[in-house]
Design a binder for this molecule. Structure first.
Ligand code: FAD
Length: 418
């Protein structure tokens, strides 16, 4: 890279997306500053299920979903909740979301997401090698389990999309499932296994590893909250924070679920909302159960993950915005079901957590440049897939800032596509 191509880049937001982007840019010789009032990696990126889902090509909105929504909302332990007071604010997003679930649209979205998932693990490997963190990525795959054929039959649509995208998967019978996960209840007789997926048994460790590598290469972190921007000649010249104003040359907005306000201030009113999600950490106990990989329990739709500090039970999509208090009643109600699924699982909760998935209505992240302002880029809206897609997002933003053709066509992820 020539000296002229080295830029001063300010990345707003130090979740896994901002960290991966900052490290990738730093490694290419740019001078990078991360701005975030929180400790890096401690917001949504802290508490996820740790899965790098290379085959995660099924959008959240799929055909017929709208018909299933009323039942989901009635079910006390069901996967979906809406705080009714939030519905008026959510309505425009929801209408777009349901429209994205039309058959043709969902199929096109899936193919577009696959352009990212196809490269997402390799992108993490590049960063993890740089950060001396390859051991953090465990190649154990991604498993979903079902009690019987009718329950498994519900995955036909997903398998169709996976086939189209060329995702490798295996359908496991009861014996094969037992060999893979001997600790699971024998009630599960069918498994859907994606062997190429990877797992981070402490997501925060990956964030910390990327942060350490970033700092070791001379990166800077500023612990301030960005509240706005200054403009000169119509383009952003500075970020305004709760502590003052910092001049900017190149700006990347990677503030997760909080990016909507910042994007709007830059003239891009992207329809970003949040699908809040919960986890409970259950202690391993002295004679804890065996669980080798993150496992989705089909039916009630929760995930059990063998984390370093316990079995993490993650579940739920709750629409209630960024400000409402968490409501742990539903996830607490899942503990007995989790204990049935994984006999011997302790009911001792060592942590209750809620995070804010940054979600667009079409399940695709926003990755790309502003069309209004030169040197302004967006990297947010990764929804259910932010851990998986963080490193490839960083790669793509670095391609753009470095003046290269991006490794993936970016039109489907443009901020103005909605
Ligand atoms: C229960 C659950 C399970 C999940 N499981 C998985 C999984 O297995 N695999 C997967 O790929 N994904 C998973 N996800 C999704 C994934 O966790 C998110 O997509 C990802 O963490 C988003 O990362 P981010 O960096 O965009 O946001 P965050 O981690 O939320 O970081 C955003 C950062 O921006 C900062 N910020 C906000 N506003 C400002 C401001 N004004 N100025 C400066 N900084 C600001 C915040 O302080 C924060 O640190 C899961 C999510 C949940 C909730």
């Amino acid at each position: 890279m020539t000296v002229q191509q080295r830029r001063r880049v300010t990345v707003v937001g130090a979740g896994i997306v901002g960290l991966a982007t900052a490290l990738t840019l730093q490694a290419e010789g740019h001078t990078v500053t991360l701005i975030d009032p929180r400790e890096p990696g401690t917001a949504t990126s802290f508490g996820n299920a740790g899965a790098i889902v290379t085959g995660g090509v099924v959008p959240t909105a799929t055909p017929g979903l709208w018909r299933r929504v009323p039942n989901m909302l009635m079910d006390r332990t069901g996967p979906l909740r809406i705080r009714w007071s939030y519905l008026p604010r959510l309505a425009p997003w929801l209408i777009r979301f349901l429209a994205a679930g039309r058959a043709e649209r969902a199929q096109a979205i899936s193919a577009e997401i696959a352009t990212l998932t196809g490269q997402c693990l390799e992108a993490h490997h590049r960063l993890a090698r740089m950060a001396d963190a390859m051991a953090v990525l465990k190649p154990v795959g991604w498993l979903k389990v079902y009690r019987d054929q009718p329950a498994f039959g519900g995955t036909a649509y997903d398998r169709g999309l996976m086939d189209r995208a060329g995702v490798r998967y295996e359908v496991l019978d009861a014996d094969a499932l037992r060999q893979l996960e001997p600790g699971l209840s024998r009630d599960f007789t069918i498994g859907l296994f994606q062997p190429d997926a990877s797992f981070v048994s402490t997501p925060y460790d990956l964030s910390r590893a990327y942060l350490r590598a970033f700092l070791a290469r001379g990166g800077a972190v500023v612990g301030e909250e960005v509240t706005g921007f200054t403009f000169e000649d119509g383009r952003p010249s500075g970020v305004v924070t709760d502590h003052g104003t910092h001049p900017v040359e190149v700006l990347v907005i990677a503030a997760g679920a909080w990016s909507r306000r910042l994007a709007r201030q830059l003239g891009h009113p992207a329809p970003l909302d949040t699908e809040r999600g919960y986890h409970l950490n259950l202690s391993w106990g002295d004679n804890g159960p065996v669980l080798n990989r993150p496992t989705v329990i089909g039916g009630p739709q929760f995930v059990l993950c063998p984390m370093a500090d316990g079995i993490r039970l993650t579940a739920g999509v709750e629409f209630a915005g960024l400000d409402a208090d968490p409501d742990f009643r539903r996830i607490r109600g899942l503990v007995p079901l989790a204990q049935q699924a994984l006999p011997g699982l302790s009911g001792e909760v060592t942590r209750e957590w809620m995070g804010f998935r940054p979600s667009t209505p079409d399940s695709k992240p926003v990755i790309g440049p502003s069309r209004r302002h030169r040197d302004v880029y967006f990297a947010f809206g990764h929804g259910h897939m932010g851990l998986s897609l963080s490193a490839i997002t960083g790669r793509l933003i670095a391609d753009l800032i470095g003046g290269r053709e991006p490794a993936v066509p970016l039109a489907p992820f443009a901020v103005d596509r909605f």
